[in-house]
Design a protein around this ligand. Structure first.
Ligand SMILES: Nc1ncnc2c1ncn2[C@@H]1O[C@H](COP(=O)(O)OP(=O)(O)OP(=O)(O)O)[C@@H](O)[C@H]1O
Length: 298
């Protein structure tokens, strides 16, 4: 239902996407994660047909997305910088979206604005940052578009409202399953909501898998430095920390650890712990070198 084939986008020489390829054929609630500048917004804008690829293609319903009316009518993208008629009331904005999206659920939109105490007579420009995000999300869910792209949907919201909106997204998805992609820096908060994660790094897909895989594919292995050192020689290490007192911890891939087929006495000297997807994301993207400490070395 959506597919990117070697999608590449440069802005005046700046690489935003660089051979990004993946496909999603079934309804899903997928988190799109990546460090600042990884290319998430560019990917969303490409799928929404706003950006002409430099190379490759983004397809929605088998149609190339760029400036394609079929694609546009089936994609709803919300992002912080989206342009609204600033003088229009929330009611007028809802009306204009209702006219464009054939499945727009107006009664749901009205119920949601009432629930979040957003007067539909107010102008969008008069809303607070968090209220603007809430209203954009109301529009996005009410549109019931087959492809719903939520770019940082909880910007400016306090933790309580964020929690309610995650619940809202999940309820709405269960009611009307469709492809919903959510980019967010709050992976830890969203984890329960998602079924899959699309991990973008330097304009490419680094990993696209279900949440369970992200929860299990890295492990922390802790034990005496000599024993850990013997493991390090044979497998890829994502992180290493010496805690003193004869304890060292390394982060490795579960499959690599299994491939070592360690003896029982070796295993008894090691503590193996799971790594959350949020921490896995940090280990996979961390800069090489000494980290922040390095900045303070004279
Ligand atoms: N219109 C533009 N003109 C020039 N460069 C751009 C433009 N849009 C994006 N870029 C560049 O493309 C790269 C990817 O940006 P993008 O906004 O897609 O990243 P992102 O993953 O959404 O980042 P963030 O998490 O900070 O929102 C960045 O280096 C950015 O500076």
């Amino acid at each position: 239902m959506i597919r990117c084939e070697e999608l590449t986008k440069y802005f005046n020489g700046t690489q935003a996407l660089n051979g990004c390829s993946f496909e999603i054929l079934e309804p899903t609630l997928t988190g799109v994660i990546g460090v600042n500048g990884a290319g998430k917004t560019t990917l969303f804008k490409s799928l929404a047909g706003f950006l002409k690829p430099t190379r490759g293609e983004a397809y929605v319903l088998e149609e190339p997305a760029f400036q394609n009316i079929v694609a546009a009518q089936n994609v709803m993208l919300i992002e912080e910088g989206m342009a609204f008629y600033t003088t229009a009331s929330l009611y007028e904005l809802m009306e204009s979206y209702r006219r464009f999206y054939q499945n727009f659920d107006q009664s749901l939109a009205i119920k949601m604005t009432e629930y979040f105490h957003l007067s539909d007579k107010k102008k969008y420009s008069d809303l607070s940052k968090g209220m603007k995000s809430t209203f954009r999300l109301i529009l996005a869910l009410s549109a019931r578009a087959p492809l719903t792209l939520l770019d940082e949907p909880t910007t400016g919201m306090d933790p309580g409202v964020r929690k309610e909106l995650y619940e809202l997204i999940l309820k709405d998805y269960i009611k009307v399953p469709r492809i919903i992609l959510i980019s967010s820096h709050y992976l830890g908060e969203m984890e329960e909501l998602l079924d899959s994660i699309l991990f973008i790094h330097e304009g490419k897909v680094l990993k696209h898998d279900n949440v369970e895989e992200f929860q299990t594919f890295l492990k922390g292995v802790q034990g005496p430095p000599e024993l850990i050192e013997s493991l390090e020689k044979n497998i890829k290490i994502y992180d290493r920390k010496d805690f003193g007192e004869g304890i060292r911890r390394i982060i490795v891939e579960s499959k690599d650890l299994e491939s070592l087929s360690l003896e029982e006495d070796e295993m008894n000297n090691l503590t193996v712990k799971g790594i959350s997807p949020e921490d896995a994301f940090v280990y996979l993207t961390q800069r090489k070198g000494g980290g922040i400490d390095e900045l303070y070395h004279s």
